[in-house]
Design a protein around this ligand. Structure first.
Ligand SMILES: Cc1cc2nc3c(=O)[nH]c(=O)nc-3n(C[C@H](O)[C@H](O)[C@H](O)COP(=O)(O)OP(=O)(O)OC[C@H]3O[C@@H](n4cnc5c(N)ncnc54)[C@H](O)[C@@H]3O)c2cc1C
Ligand code: FES
Length: 255
């Protein structure tokens, strides 16, 4: 769905981190794990839309949290209140689409967000809380100023890790996961690939642990047409992250 929205606010919330609230004019019926593809400029540079996960969605509003990484996100950070914003979405599948693959509905749930991947799992955490489903929540960042909205995450019971120890436990999310993980657990996660690999390794140390991870591959079209976002499965089949994912069963992905 193509949407012509308006910027409600676009504020700096950390070191290069921004949070934007968009009035989409109507509910866009988004599920946790999905993303929107934003046209950041009317000109030809940058040509491609920028994929950003939905941080929260309610009524006719969508919120995103993003880090300035290059020209596209820098232009996004300069958008002012009331400015028009052109987006396509919601795109991709949802963490919730994997419910039928959960071995036992008494499984514990752990959510893990690393870097700006925390935005994607934040939406899921809010949904689980609304449904009264208990979960353990971990967010990891390089340092305190890179942590996504720590006050809001804290309200959701989130635990923190930082590489330099400036907030929460010093070290990686995988270290804290090692302490918290028990048999019979489902992990939902989004973050950089080295973090996903570390989570996969920790998950293997317990019985009956499933990991569903949202991948943030570099994207071209965002709608399944250009194949720039493919990842390989263990069966040797290529899958498009934008269309077949972004969420995959980690056991299926070769990376
Ligand atoms: C499904 C999806 C959801 C995303 N959600 C978020 C989000 O919620 N918040 C957020 O801050 N970012 C998110 N990203 C990453 C974001 O899309 C990129 O940072 C952005 O497109 C960079 O564009 P740019 O023009 O600013 O920088 P570019 O000039 O395009 O890139 C700047 C640098 O970032 C690298 N880069 C660009 N895209 C990616 C990527 N996908 N993965 C790793 N490195 C990349 C480039 O290689 C380059 O080194 C998401 C990406 C995907 C695919
Ligand atoms: S980004 Fe074009 S197919 Fe996924």
């Amino acid at each position: 769905m193509k949407i012509n929205g308006n910027v409600v606010f676009n504020k700096n919330i950390g070191d290069g981190l921004f949070r934007m609230k968009i009035d989409a004019g109507k509910s866009i019926n988004t599920k946790p794990g999905q993303f929107i593809n934003i046209l950041v400029s009317e000109s030809y540079t940058p040509l491609l839309r920028k994929p950003i996960s939905v941080y929260d969605a309610y009524d006719r509003f969508v919120e995103i949290v993003y880090k300035v990484a290059g020209d596209g996100t820098r232009l996004l950070s300069q958008k002012k209140q009331g400015e028009n914003i052109d987006l396509i979405g919601p795109l991709g599948n949802s963490y919730l689409d994997f419910q039928s693959q959960i071995p036992d509905n008494r499984c514990r749930i752990i959510l893990i967000g690393g870097g700006t991947g925390a935005a994607s799992v934040h939406f899921l955490a809010g949904c689980l809380k609304n449904y009264g489903i208990p979960f353990t929540f971990i967010q990891g960042a390089r340092c305190k100023t890179q942590m996504v909205a720590p006050a809001e995450f804290k309200k959701l019971g989130c635990l923190f890790t930082t590489d330099d120890g400036t907030l929460g436990k010093k070290g990686y999310v995988s270290g804290l996961l090692k302490e918290k993980l028990t048999d019979n657990t489902v992990i939902y996660t989004c973050g950089p690939k080295p973090m996903l690999r570390a989570i996969r390794d920790v998950a293997k140390t317990k019985k009956n642990v499933k990991v569903f991870a949202s991948f943030e591959e570099y994207m071209g079209c965002g709608i399944g047409a250009c194949l720039s976002c493919v990842i390989e499965t263990n069966e040797g089949v290529n899958k498009r992250v934008c269309k077949d994912g972004t969420v995959f069963d980690l056991d299926e992905v070769a990376f």
